[in-house]
Design a protein around this ligand. Structure first.
Ligand code: NAP
Length: 307
């Protein structure tokens, strides 16, 4: 696995969805997947920032494939709003008869408590509930694609920050107290618990699910005005460039080396053990149940949904 770039698949004919694709790791991932030939669907919350990034990625894709039609789409959705995630899921299912890769990348680090329009703590809502819901909404398409193409892949961008915390199911919305580092860490632990449970449920269905820590990357995630963000920015010259951070995500999306690999946590391009808390099967099952309730999925019969 020395040079993950050397052996990536030609992604022509595939459709890859990348959330948070206007900035940082998501933008670099979208650009690289388009360069590899995929049709890329960028999911962004702000139309202006989305269009600007789309134009850049389109131009790069055109340079790589001058004779091909445009392959960079843009969907606008604020993933903190459940209704917008539902709408996004519908759009993706309606517009694409195949979905090969879903990259759950959009994420935030919030210096202070914020509540979403649905009354949820925003870090938990954006970093965990949105990928949980979006994955469920597009799963039928991923499964169909896997049936035809052999495999579909779900990649959730987690973080080494997940270490040292456990889920606090008594106060998932941090109503009692909000600690920015803990809120972020728990949301990234939730990404791994979700990946474990999801991969178990998808066993033998052709859809693989993995989580990844991309390294410490110089992006806009540290743009807040609180002291943690300010300290993080002080050291940003030491961090990786977004293109370097995206390497592991693109590797999981496009490398034949990881065909059939599922339920794993990657630190860059290596499989490593996440924290012991990430293997807590009770927490995995409970998080799944609570997330279904909080996202409104509990009203859908799980077997019906899996059809
Ligand atoms: N940077 C690191 O060192 C590092 C390390 C480990 C893991 N990660 C993870 O990597 C992922 C990408 O982060 P990044 O570092 O590349 O940060 P970033 O540059 O801030 O990118 C985050 C992306 O998510 C989008 N986003 C945030 N809230 C959203 C919402 N409500 N609806 C839709 N999109 C939303 C942002 O859109 P706007 O531009 O409109 O805000 C942006 O496109 C995150 O999941 C993060 O936890 C980062």
């Amino acid at each position: 696995m020395e040079n993950p770039r050397s052996d990536l698949k030609d992604m022509s004919g595939t459709v890859c969805v990348v959330t948070g694709a206007n900035s940082g790791i998501g933008k670099a991932t979208a650009a690289e997947l388009a360069r590899l030939g995929a049709r890329v669907v960028m999911v962004c919350r702000d139309e202006g920032r989305g269009r600007e990034a789309q134009a850049e990625i389109r131009a790069a894709a055109r340079t790589a494939h001058p004779s091909r039609e445009d392959v960079v789409d843009l969907c606008i959705a604020d993933l903190s709003v459940l209704e917008e995630v539902y709408r996004l899921g519908e759009t993706l299912r309606a517009d694409h008869d195949r979905l090969d890769v879903l990259v759950n990348n959009a994420g935030v680090f919030l210096d202070s408590f914020e509540e979403t329009a649905d009354g949820l703590e925003a870090t938990f809502a954006i970093n965990h509930l949105a990928p949980f819901l979006l994955t469920h909404l597009v799963l039928p398409r991923l499964r169909e694609t896997a049936g035809r193409a052999g495999e579909a892949r779900i990649i959730t961008v987690s973080s080494e920050a997940h270490r040292g915390v456990s889920m606090n199911f008594d106060d998932l919305n941090a109503r009692e107290s909000y600690n920015p580092l803990q809120a972020y860490a728990r949301s990234k632990l939730a990404n791994i618990l979700f990946t474990h449970e999801l991969s178990r449920r998808l066993q033998d269905k052709g859809v693989v699910a993995n989580a990844v820590h991309p390294g410490i990357v110089n992006t806009n995630i540290w743009r807040g005005s609180g002291w943690i963000s300010r300290v993080a920015r002080l050291f940003s010259w030491l961090y990786k460039r977004p293109e370097e951070g995206a390497r592991s995500v693109v590797y999981l999306a496009a490398s034949p080396e990881v065909e059939g690999v599922t339920g794993q946590y990657f630190k860059e391009t290596e499989v490593v053990n996440p924290s012991p808390e990430a293997y807590d099967e009770k927490a995995e099952a409970h998080l799944w149940k609570v997330s279904r309730e909080l996202t409104g999925l509990a009203e859908v019969n799980e077997e019906e949904e899996a059809e």
